[in-house]
Design a protein around this ligand. Structure first.
Ligand SMILES: Nc1nc2c(ncn2[C@@H]2O[C@H](COP(=O)(O)OP(=O)(O)OP(=O)(O)O)[C@@H](O)[C@H]2O)c(=O)[nH]1
Ligand SMILES: [Mg+2]
Length: 690
C-alpha cells in the first residue's frame, strides 16, 4: 500500500546558514511524535545533522529527509544546508518539493542566501511559508524582520501571526485569522494554551489583521469586490482564501516562533497541512517530451535527488516518484546507464528510525539502499526512454587543492573514495594537473574542500595531505611577431624534415585561439597542415613565461618547405612547436591571473577593517549594501590573494563574517608579482625533474 498523493506534503526547509532550519526540523519532528526527545544542534543530537562532521561544525552539510504524519497527512520534510558551499543540496530539494518553508533569523533578518533561494523557488513556482525564528534571542525583532521580508520579496509577504513579547520575554503568538492568543510554557509537546489577546496588544493585532485582510481579499476578484464594498467576510472564507492564495503562490504567509523552545511548531505543522499544496495540485511535471502525472496506474518514473551515505544502511538514494509506483523486490531501469537495478529494500526515513515499506506511490519521497550504479541526477523508470531533468545552474568550483595520499601506494584508494564523494556532491570537481600530474580537488570554498578531506578519512580511511591551492594562471601575448621553425635530421636511412613560417598576434577578447592557414602554391602539402597546428598547440600548453597555458593568440601559417621523401607529420609537428615557442618569446608574453568577484557579509562595525584588509590584498571595492542588519561589501580581488581568506575573515570579524566568490575574468599580473610566480614555477619544475 502506498500513500494517496493528495495526502502528501513535500516541504523543503531552506534559508541562510544558521537561521535554525535544523532546529526547526527537529521541533517539527518532535511535535509530530516522530522523535521522543527534542534534540539540539549544540549537543549534536538532532535527527538531521547526523554525520559526525555536521555535528562537529554545527552546520548541515547534506540534505536530510524525514517523513512523519500530522492531521493524518504524510509530511516529507527535507532539511537543507544554508552554507553556500553546499547549496547544491538546497537547490536539489527545492526541485522535488511543491513547497518551501523559508526560515529567517529574527536577529540578522533577510540574508544573501535566502534571497538567492527565494529567486530559485520563484522560478520553480513553489508555494512558500516563512517562519521568523529565534524570536527569543537578544536583539530579535519580528516587525523589523517583516519589513525586511516585504522589501526583499514583495508585498505579498503577509503576517498571519504576531509575537507576544520578545527576546527573553517571548511568551507566544497571536493568530490574526482567529484573533486568539497562544501562550507557550516549556518546550514539551503540550506547551501551548489558547487565551484571549492580551489587552495591551489588541490595537497592534487589529492593525496587522487589517493588513492581512487586505492581502487575502485580493486573491479573488469576487472577494475583493465585496471587501472593498465594506461587506463582512466570514471566517471560513478567510481561511479558504488564505489556503488558495498560498497554494498558488499569490501570497506568502509569515508565521513565527523559536525552534529551540518548540514555540510555534504545532502551528507551523497545521499551516503545512492546511495551506500548502499536495503533489496533485498543479498537474503533471513536464520533462522534455513527457508529462509525468501523479497517477499510480501509469509507468514508473522516479528521480533521484540525493545520494548519501548512511551509517547503518550504507549508500542511500533519496528519490521522488513522479509517476507510477516504486515497489520493493522489483526492478527499475536506470535511464542514464541503460541498466536494470534491483530495488531491494525501500525505506521510510522516520527520524531516528528507519522502517521498510513495500511501495512508494506517485508524489511521495522515499529512500532505497544498495543500488549499484545509481546516484543523484538519475531516473529510475519502467521504460528505457531518454529523460533528463533540466540542469540546475550550480556555482563553479573555484578553490582547487592538490591532494596527495599520506601513505605511498594509496593513490587508488584515495581516487575511488573521491569518486564516491563526488556522487554525493556534484559541485566537487576532480582532475589531474596537466603540469604536475597531481590529483586536484576543486570545490566552492575552503570549507567545502576541508569537508571532503575529513570525509575521506572518516568514511574511507583514506588520509591525504592538502597542498596550498594552485592558482590557474594563464599567459597571453601583447604584440605581433614572426618566427621560423625547422626540424631536420639526417642520420642514416630516411631523414626527418619539416619547415614552417608563422606570424602571431593578440586575439581580441583574450580567450580563445585561432589558426589560419595562408599557405599558397602547396609549399607545405595540405596533409601536413594539421600536424603544424598540433605542434602550435603543443607549444601553447606550456607558455614561455612560466609554463602556464597560453590563451588569446591568432596564428597565421604563411610559408614553409617540404621534402618529398623526408617530410613526415611528426617533423612538421616539431617544426610547428619550435616556431610557436620562438614567436611567443618575441610577442611580449605576459602572465594573467584570475580575478574573483567577492561578496562579503559582515557586521557594520567590521566594515572598515575588512576593506583595509582587502586593500592589502590588491582588492578593488565595488560597493556596499545593507542587507538585513549586515553590511554586504562587494569587491574584485585577485584569486591569489584569497586562497586562505576564510580564517582571516573569521579573525577580523570575530567569527561573524561570511563570504562567497565567483570567477570573473583574467587580468595581466603586475610584473614584480609575476616575477615571483615565474621563480616559483621554475623551482617547482626543477623539483619535478629531480
Ligand atoms: N535561542 C535560539 N537559538 C536557536 C533557535 N533556533 C536555532 N537556534 C540555535 O542556532 C544555531 C543554528 O541553528 P541550526 O538549526 O543549526 O541552523 P541551520 O539553519 O540548520 O544552519 P545550517 O544548517 O548551517 O544552515 C544552533 O546553535 C541552534 O541551537 C531559536 O529559535 N532560538
Ligand atoms: Mg542545518
Amino acid at each position: 500500500m502506498h500513500e494517496a498523493p493528495d495526502r502528501i506534503r513535500n516541504v523543503a526547509l531552506v534559508g541562510h546558514r544558521g537561521s535554525g532550519k535544523t532546529a526547526l526540523h527537529e521541533a517539527l519532528l518532535y511535535q509530530a511524535g516522530a522523535v521522543n526527545r527534542l534534540g539540539s544542534v549544540t549537543d549534536g543530537t538532532t535527527v538531521s545533522d547526523s554525520d559526525p562532521d555536521e555535528r562537529a561544525r554545527q552546520m548541515s552539510i547534506a540534505a536530510a529527509l524525514a517523513s512523519f504524519r500530522w492531521q493524518d497527512r504524510k509530511i516529507n520534510l527535507v532539511d537543507t544546508p544554508g552554507e553556500p558551499s553546499f547549496i547544491a543540496d538546497a537547490l536539489g530539494a527545492l526541485r522535488v518539493c511543491e513547497s518551501a518553508v523559508f526560515v529567517i533569523n529574527a536577529v540578522t533578518g533577510v540574508e544573501v542566501s535566502s534571497t538567492r533561494l527565494w529567486t530559485r523557488a520563484q522560478e520553480l513556482d513553489l508555494a512558500r511559508l516563512i517562519f521568523v525564528n529565534m524570536l527569543d534571542r537578544e536583539r530579535a525583532d519580528f516587525f523589523r524582520t517583516l519589513a525586511a521580508l516585504k522589501e526583499a520579496f514583495g508585498d505579498h509577504v503577509v503576517a498571519t501571526e504576531i509575537p507576544i513579547g520578545s527576546e527573553q520575554e517571548l511568551r507566544g503568538v497571536i493568530d490574526l485569522v482567529d484573533m486568539r492568543a497562544y501562550l507557550y510554557e516549556g518546550s514539551g509537546r503540550d506547551n501551548a494554551r489558547e487565551a484571549e489577546i492580551p489587552p495591551e496588544l489588541a490595537d497592534q493585532a487589529q492593525e496587522y489583521r487589517e493588513k492581512l485582510m487586505d492581502e487575502v481579499a485580493m486573491t479573488s476578484d469576487a472577494l475583493a469586490e465585496r471587501y472593498l464594498e465594506g461587506e463582512e467576510i466570514s471566517h471560513s472564507e478567510i481561511v479558504d482564501a488564505l489556503k488558495e492564495g498560498t497554494n498558488h503562490g499569490l501570497l506568502f504567509p509569515v508565521t513565527c516562533g523559536a525552534a529551540t523552545r518548540n514555540l510555534g511548531s504545532d502551528r507551523l505543522l497545521d499551516a503545512i497541512v492546511e495551506d500548502l499544496p499536495s503533489p496533485v495540485k498543479h498537474g503533471g511535471l513536464e520533462v522534455g517530451e513527457l508529462t509525468l502525472q501523479a497517477d499510480a496506474d501509469k509507468p514508473l518514473y522516479a528521480y533521484v535527488f540525493k545520494t548519501r551515505a548512511d551509517q547503518f544502511a550504507g549508500k542511500l538514494n533519496l528519490f521522488r516518484v513522479y509517476q507510477g509506483v516504486m515497489r520493493h523486490d522489483s526492478q527499475a531501469l536506470n535511464t542514464r546507464v541503460h541498466a536494470k537495478e534491483r530495488i531491494g529494500q525501500l525505506l521510510v526515513l522516520q527520524g531516528k528510525e528507519t522502517a521498510s515499506t513495500d511501495a512508494f506511490g506517485p508524489g511521495d519521497l522515499g529512500a532505497v539502499a544498495k543500488l549499484k550504479e545509481t546516484h543523484a541526477g538519475d531516473w529510475l523508470a519502467d521504460r528505457d526512454e531518454p529523460i533528463s531533468m533540466p540542469k540546475i545552474a550550480l556555482p563553479a568550483p573555484v578553490m582547487a587543492f592538490a591532494v596527495a595520499p599520506r601513505a605511498k601506494g594509496d593513490e587508488d584508494k584515495v581516487f575511488t573514495a573521491l569518486r564516491r564523494l563526488q556522487e554525493e556532491d556534484p559541485t566537487i570537481e576532480l582532475r589531474r594537473d596537466q603540469q604536475t600530474g597531481e590529483q586536484i580537488v576543486a570545490g566552492l570554498s575552503q570549507v567545502h574542500v576541508e569537508v571532503v578531506v575529513e570525509r575521506l578519512k572518516s568514511r574511507f580511511g583514506a588520509e591525504v595531505v592538502l597542498k596550498p591551492p594552485r592558482v590557474p594562471y594563464q599567459e597571453t601575448i601583447r604584440q605581433h611577431a614572426k618566427a621560423h621553425g625547422r626540424h631536420k635530421k639526417q642520420s642514416g636511412g630516411r631523414g626527418q624534415f619539416g619547415d614552417c613560417h608563422i606570424e602571431i598576434e593578440p586575439l581580441e577578447g583574450g580567450e580563445g585561439f585561432e589558426f589560419v592557414n595562408k599557405i599558397k602554391g602547396g609549399v607545405i602539402p595540405t596533409s601536413f597542415i594539421p600536424a603544424v597546428e598540433k605542434g602550435v598547440h603543443d607549444a601553447l600548453e606550456h607558455g614561455v613565461v612560466a609554463g602556464f597555458p597560453v590563451k588569446g593568440v591568432r596564428v597565421r601559417l604563411f610559408d614553409g618547405q617540404y621534402h618529398t621523401v623526408d617530410s613526415s607529420e611528426i617533423a612538421f609537428r616539431l617544426a610547428g612547436a619550435q616556431a610557436m615557442r620562438q614567436a611567443l618569446e618575441q610577442a611580449g608574453p605576459v602572465l594573467l591571473e584570475p580575478i574573483m568577484q567577492v561578496t562579503i557579509s559582515v557586521p557594520e562595525a567590521s566594515v572598515g577593517d575588512v576593506i583595509g584588509d582587502l586593500n592589502s590584498r590588491r582588492g578593488r571595492p565595488l560597493g556596499m549594501d545593507s542587507v538585513g542588519g549586515m553590511t554586504e561589501v562587494k569587491a574584485e580581488v585577485p584569486m591569489a590573494e584569497m586562497l586562505a581568506y576564510a580564517p582571516d575573515l573569521r579573525a577580523i570579524t570575530g567569527g561573524q563574517g561570511e563570504f562567497t566568490m565567483v570567477f570573473d575574468r583574467y587580468d595581466e599580473m603586475p610584473s614584480h608579482l609575476a616575477q615571483k610566480v615565474v621563480a616559483d614555477a621554475r623551482s617547482d619544475g626543477e623539483a619535478h625533474a629531480a
